[in-house]
Design a protein around this ligand. Structure first.
Ligand code: G1P
Length: 306
């Protein structure tokens, strides 16, 4: 048995992390540092997502990168010079931190050579899959979905109902235009009321056109049929090949798609505002930094009269 479930329920070995974007919302920091390496307290977002993939039972992480973003994969490579320095100076707690990423999961990368969209990024992975892989997990590194475990529930739903399973969050109506949004139906036989059938999906609709307030939250368990659908879509929202459009195409052809509504918290690391919230949230929970941060924040908020 693996950490994230039995082979019967897991149904996927490969977790895909699209990380080819330019990180323009974080410029100038992302001029030289890939967005996925920015630390949430002391751990890069990509390591948090790799940990979640490993916990869910994936054995391989395929990172989709682009030119200039080699550092994202390098984060998972053993650094013998650094390790021997830490060892020589007896800094075993730091050594443990440094070694964590490389021990999590087997990491490889594929290059997306043109920024043609999330759907295109996912399609770049097909060539490295083994023939017997029926499904892949996709984790968007901008999304931190907590507590971990939604992929386990999604895998159980796929084992029961087949097809593809996505993670949804219920967002305020005025925010739907930032997301892929689901049209859903209740399942009469659902034991878990947070599992819904998806009857349609639209990328970043106008508020008045949104079919619901259930939005895609960056976790997908996709049947291999997605690759064929990705070959058949044309550029959509923003002129990009959208993963949402390939999923909508599959739904229109009768492929079963369900969502698991995640009721926990979620951070958006894709913009400085969301990233800061994630950092503060994690830091408040940290034994090392939590107490003094709490004290300082309280004083700071009093000073500004908030
Ligand atoms: C992407 C997806 C969107 C999803 C969102 C979640 O959009 O295209 O469907 O809801 O991630 O974060 P992006 O935020 O990359 O524009």
């Amino acid at each position: 048995m693996t950490q994230g479930g039995t082979n019967e329920t897991r149904h996927f070995r490969t977790a895909v992390v699209p990380a080819a974007g330019l990180g323009t919302r974080f410029l100038p920091a992302t001029k030289t540092v890939p967005k996925e390496l920015l630390p949430v307290v002391d751990t890069p977002g990509i390591e948090l997502v790799a940990g979640e993939a490993a916990d869910s039972g994936a054995s391989r992480l395929v990172i989709v990168t682009s030119e200039g973003k080699d550092g994202v994969v390098a984060h998972f490579v053993e650094d013998l010079v650094l390790e021997s320095k830490l060892m020589a100076s007896g800094k075993s707690h730091l050594l443990e931190k440094v070694r964590k990423a490389q021990g999590l999961i087997e990491v490889e990368s594929v290059v997306q050579d043109e920024p043609l969209g999330l759907g295109h990024a996912v399609s770049c992975v097909e060539s490295v899959l083994d023939d017997d892989e029926d499904a892949i997990a996709v984790l968007l590194p901008d999304d931190l979905v907590m507590p971990r475990g939604v992929l386990d529930t999604m895998a159980r739903v796929r084992a029961k109902r087949g097809g593809s399973v996505l993670c949804a969050i219920d967002v305020p109506k005025d925010q739907v235009s930032a997301y892929g949004v689901f049209e859903v139906e209740d399942l009469p036989d659902a034991v878990n009321p947070d599992v819904l059938k998806v009857t349609g999906m639209v990328e970043k609709p106008k508020v008045e056109d949104a079919p619901s307030t259930f939005a895609a939250a960056g976790r997908y368990l996709l049947d291999r049929a997605i690759f064929d659908a990705l070959r058949r879509i044309t550029p959509g929202q923003g002129g990009e090949l959208q993963l949402t459009d390939a999923i909508a195409l599959l739904i229109s052809e009768g492929h079963p798609v369900h969502v698991v509504v995640h009721r926990g918290s979620r951070h958006d690391l894709g913009n400085p505002g969301g990233y800061l919230r994630a950092a503060v949230d994690f830091a408040l929970d940290s034994e090392e930094y939590g107490p003094s941060l709490r004290e300082w924040l309280t004083q700071r908020l009093q000073q500004t009269g908030q």
